[in-house]
Design a protein around this ligand. Structure first.
Ligand SMILES: Cc1nc2c(=O)[nH]c(=O)nc-2n(C[C@H](O)[C@H](O)[C@H](O)CO)c1C
Length: 162
């Protein structure tokens, strides 16, 4: 039995973790979930580290919502760097599922984006743990979590002739 850690925040304006947990249980079995909620994104790296070191999680998903102000963007960068450090220190994956509040044009789209990105990354988390070949099958396919996939390019795509 694997253990998937879920870190989320009270700062976020959508309960992304619940979307992801719902999608994880729809995707497969063989795991339990340990959820750890913190105030904001800058608190997520230590929460993730604790989920690895104290609870022995195999993978962590970190959900957060950077606000639209420059100070929020800086907070996102700091949080992201912290999450990267935890991954390198523990040699375990953290899927950073951040939805910037200004990615969406209104609250309705923001809610949709949060739900969709969380669900698509939940499937990625499941594959990383249980079926990594599924990710390899999609390598280079321009997949995006949340908004529409970009799709692949190939050598026949338009461009300069040399
Ligand atoms: C400026 C700021 N912006 C955000 C943000 O955009 N998103 C978020 O989740 N949290 C933010 N916070 C809160 C910090 O991440 C953190 O929770 C506090 O500094 C307490 O450690 C802060 C302080």
């Amino acid at each position: 039995m694997k253990l998937i850690g879920i870190v989320d925040t009270t700062f976020a304006r959508y309960d992304m973790a619940s979307s992801a947990i719902d999608e994880l249980y729809k995707t497969g079995t063989g795991f339990d979930i340990k959820r750890y909620t913190v105030p904001g994104i800058k608190d997520t790296p230590v929460a993730a580290l604790k989920l690895f070191s104290e609870y022995n999680c195999d993978l962590v998903m970190a959900f957060g919502m950077p606000g639209p102000m420059p100070v929020d963007k800086m907070s996102a960068q700091i949080a992201s760097t912290g999450l990267m450090e935890v991954q390198l220190k523990t040699m375990k994956h953290i899927l950073e599922v951040f939805v910037h509040e200004d990615e969406a044009i209104d609250d309705r789209e923001l809610a949709w984006l949060c739900d969709n990105r969380s669900r698509e990354h939940a499937v990625n988390a499941y594959y990383l743990l249980f079926d990594p070949e599924k990710l390899t099958e999609n390598a280079g396919n321009g997949l995006r979590q949340g908004f529409e996939d970009r799709g692949p390019v190939n050598s026949g795509s338009a461009g300069h002739k040399h």
